[in-house]
Structures are given as structure tokens and as C-alpha cells.
Design a protein around this ligand. Structure first.
Ligand code: SF4
Ligand code: SF4
Length: 461
């Protein structure tokens, strides 16, 4: 008989479902598993602090394979530190491009000042050269189109995308791309072009029904936007292609009570189509000139409402954003601003780490030059990439450490001195329940009927 002892990982979280099942999560492996009511007591017994020895039955062996049980000799803190080193991989790069910093909207809570128009031709050439120079050492490239409103510079997106596609093909690089857009210019025709450029994930904000949305998210100079965005989304829904559209709903005290009705409306339009997914967030004081007047929610209300609305969305047959489950994966909650090989490139070639504090000097970490080189201020860069768990003992002992690394929002930590714990971590039990609920809805009763430890989501690390 084996004398090896297995103990529960300190990166586990457990959530109990109303029907007696359990959902287990491990932030180091990214495994999420459902445990049937019949298996529950055996599994809970194996996960007791004192651990388990001997030859393990098949279902308990599965807990080892998924990382819920680890050998008692394992130093999990060293594993977490090692995982942190993976952010320094030089074969992976994430770039956030501002094809323009201008916007066709003026949202009440916006923090941007729109100083630059379209990306200058010499910066576009600089970007192409930069990528060509880097490409030989890259395996993964992720591009996020941002702004301003990126779709007002559709020609720049096209020009750069064609160049990116040529480069990634030549160097056999795995390439993915996404876009944050207000959706106003997202016609079926332009959407087809975006898909042909491999831009397949979109974040579009709608803040409520037409009246509410139009009072908060109007055109520059005034003018309604809701009906046109909805018409665009309906036309896109008729396409056969694969894509993901996260419909982001920003809420505050003013629109809070209207969100459930709005979710029902969205459910009628996009329910049961897994390509359309909802994502709700409280409006914050993000640095805009209107900040003092914003009716933001109390933080406790905000935290509760995010998940209440998500559940309401699920009950309206809407999927929740896949970004929520992705956030639970190893390094999944680390902001790009904390990653050494991630830069935001402004329309004038200015390099930033964070996309929310564009006017702050400490966020201006360098410049992209027309010859394709990057001039970087390494002291400023170091500030962003070393401000997390390295110096924070509480983060080091947190069960969510591998997912967050104390780096969910470096800016929040700089500004407040507090830990930037993510909404997912703060309500992890509820989030696991929602993930379970979504999986149950999408897969029928497959997980409910299983007698085996069922792995329905794992990391691809
Ligand atoms: S540092 Fe914070 S505010 Fe800036 S991009 Fe990251 S999460 Fe957003
Ligand atoms: S910031 Fe919060 S969630 Fe992230 S590692 Fe630290 S304590 Fe954990």
C-alpha cells in the first residue's frame, strides 16, 4: 500500500449547490469540477486538512490529477512564484492599438480627453516594422483594438490588420484579436471585414433600454445611438460565423432598477445564442471630468448586483461572458498593465501600460518610433510589472494568488494603497455556482446525471 500523503491544495475553493452537488475550483490548475451529491461526503473527507494516504479510488485520483489534492511535500508557494515567471515569456505578446483616439460618442462617465485623431502614417509604418522585427521570436500574438472609437478609423484597422495577417502567416504565429467598440458603426458589412481580419471578440456597451442608454451614451454633438446599435447586432446575429460579443452593461444608481427588464429584452433578442454574452459592471469614478456628479453605487451594492444581474441574465437564457471563467484561470485575472510584454500604443506612438490613466506621466512608459524600435523607460515599466504579490504578504497567502498575483489592477493599488481583489475572487462561491448553472443550461443534465467527478473546465496553460 502506498504511504504517500495527499493534502488539499491551498488554492482550492469549494461551493455548495442547492441540489446537494459541489463545485470545486483550483486557481493554480484552473480546474473547475462538479461533484455529485452521492460522491460529496467521500470527496469532502479526502479534502480534509490532514489529507489522505493509501491507494486512491478512481474518483479521488481524479482530484489529484486536477490539482485539488497535492503531495504533502509540494511547496505550493514556489509553484505560484514560478507561475508568475511565466509572464516574462518572450514568445507571447499582447498589444493594444489605438487606431484613433477620437470618438463619435460622448458618454457621461467617459474618462478620455480625445487629444489625438487617427494613428499617424509614420506610426503605422513603425508598428509594421516593429512587428516584423519581433515576429521571429513570437509564438502568440494578441491584438486589442481600442480607442476612442476604433471603428471611426476603419481604414487604419484594415491597413494594419492586412499587414499583421501577412506577418503572422509568414512566421507561423498563433494570432487572436478583439475590439472594444460602441457598436454604432458595426454594420453587417464592416463586421464581415473584421471577421476576415480575424477580429472575433467584441465588447459593446449598452446601458439599458433606449431611453436610458441614449441619455448616457449619445453622439458627439448629441443624438441617439441605441436603435442603431441594436439593428447592427440583430443583423450580425443572422450571420453563421463564429465570434463572441460581450454586451457590457454599466450600472449606477440611476439605471440600477431598470437592468432586469433590460436583460429580459436582451434575452428575447439574443438568448440561446452563445455568441452573445453579458457582462455587467458598476460605473466607477474613472477619471473623467464628470466624476464628481456620477451617481455611482456603494461598493457593496455594486458587488452584489453584478452577480445578481448575471444570474438574471442566465435565467433569461443569456450566456454570461466567457471572460468571467477566463478570469479564474492561472494568470487570468492579471491586468495586461502588469505584464512585461504588453503595451498600449497610442495614435501618436506613445506607449502606455494602463488604458485608463492616459494622462498620467507614470503611465507614459515610452514611444514607438517610425523605424520600428521602441524607446522604453524601464523604471516606469518596472513600476507596473512589479507592484503585485512580490511585495504583499496577504496576496502571497491568498487562495486566488495564481489567478491574480496581486495584479488585478495595478492602478487601483497605486491610487488607493489597497489590494485590487477582483469581483470574481470576492464572490467566488457565487461565481462558481453561476458557472455551474451555465454549464448545466448549456449541456442539459449531463453533469447532474454523472456519478463521476466531472471536469467541465480546465486551464489550457
Ligand atoms: S491597471 Fe487597472 S485601470 Fe488600468 S487597465 Fe489595468 S485594470 Fe484597468
Ligand atoms: S489582490 Fe486580492 S485577489 Fe489578488 S492575490 Fe491579492 S488578495 Fe488575492
Amino acid at each position: 500500500m502506498s504511504t504517500k500523503r495527499w493534502v488539499p491544495s491551498r488554492f482550492n475553493a469549494i461551493s455548495k449547490m442547492e441540489n446537494g452537488e459541489l463545485v470545486l475550483y483550483n486557481s493554480y490548475t484552473g480546474a473547475i469540477a462538479s461533484i455529485s451529491a452521492e460522491e460529496k461526503s467521500e470527496v469532502m473527507s479526502a479534502l480534509k486538512k490532514e489529507g489522505i494516504t493509501g491507494n486512491l479510488p478512481e474518483n479521488i485520483q481524479a482530484l489529484v490529477e486536477l490539482g485539488f489534492l497535492v503531495p504533502e511535500t509540494v511547496d505550493e508557494d514556489s509553484r505560484a512564484s514560478f507561475l508568475h515567471q511565466s509572464l516574462h515569456r518572450t514568445d507571447t505578446m499582447h498589444l493594444i492599438l489605438f487606431p484613433t483616439e477620437a470618438c463619435n460618442f460622448r458618454c457621461t462617465y467617459c474618462y478620455q480627453t480625445f487629444p489625438q485623431g487617427k494613428m499617424k502614417p509614420e506610426i503605422r509604418e513603425g508598428f509594421k516594422r516593429f512587428l516584423e522585427q519581433k515576429a521571429g521570436s513570437l509564438q502568440h500574438l494578441n491584438i486589442s483594438w481600442f480607442g476612442g472609437e476604433p471603428m471611426t478609423a476603419f481604414d487604419v484597422i484594415g491597413e494594419l490588420s492586412e499587414s499583421i495577417l501577412k506577418t503572422v502567416k509568414k512566421h507561423n504565429i498563433h494570432y487572436s484579436a478583439e475590439m472594444s467598440t460602441n457598436g454604432y458603426l458595426l454594420t453587417e458589412e464592416s463586421f464581415r471585414s473584421l471577421l476576415s481580419w480575424n477580429i472575433r471578440r467584441f465588447m459593446i456597451t449598452l446601458d439599458g433600454n433606449a431611453e436610458i442608454h441614449d441619455s448616457r451614451r449619445f453622439l458627439t454633438g448629441g443624438g441617439k445611438t441605441f436603435d442603431r446599435i441594436i439593428e447592427n447586432l440583430k443583423a450580425i446575429k443572422d450571420l453563421e460565423e463564429d465570434f463572441e460579443i460581450f454586451i457590457r452593461i454599466n450600472f449606477d444608481e440611476d439605471n440600477l432598477n431598470e437592468i432586469p427588464t433590460f436583460l429580459t429584452y436582451l434575452g428575447n433578442l439574443f438568448g440561446k445564442d452563445p455568441r452573445f454574452q453579458i457582462f455587467t459592471r458598476p460605473v466607477g469614478r474613472w477619471g473623467g471630468s464628470n466624476d464628481g456628479d456620477l451617481p455611482i453605487c456603494d461598493s457593496r451594492v455594486a458587488e452584489t448586483k453584478i452577480w445578481e444581474f448575471t444570474e438574471y441574465g442566465l435565467n433569461s437564457e443569456l450566456n454570461m461572458s466567457s471572460s468571467i471563467e477566463s478570469a479564474l484561470m492561472p494568470t487570468g485575472s492579471v491586468c495586461y498593465a502588469a505584464k512585461p510584454h504588453s503595451f498600449a500604443i497610442g495614435a501618436d506612438g506613445q506607449l502606455y501600460k494602463c488604458t485608463c490613466s492616459l494622462d498620467e506621466d507614470f503611465n507614459k512608459v515610452g514611444n514607438l518610433l517610425p523605424d520600428g524600435s521602441m524607446e522604453i523607460d524601464y523604471d516606469k515599466l518596472a513600476l507596473w510589472v512589479t507592484s503585485g504579490e512580490e511585495k504583499d504578504a496577504v496576496c502571497q497567502s491568498c487562495f486566488y494568488r495564481p489567478a491574480c498575483q496581486g495584479n488585478h489592477c495595478p492602478l487601483y493599488r497605486f491610487r488607493t494603497g489597497n489590494r485590487p481583489c477582483s469581483y470574481e475572487k470576492r464572490k467566488i462561491k457565487q461565481v462558481l455556482r453561476l458557472i455551474w448553472q451555465q454549464n448545466s443550461l448549456n449541456k442539459g443534465d449531463e453533469t447532474n446525471e454523472s456519478n463521476q467527478t466531472s471536469r467541465f473546465s480546465t486551464s489550457s496553460r
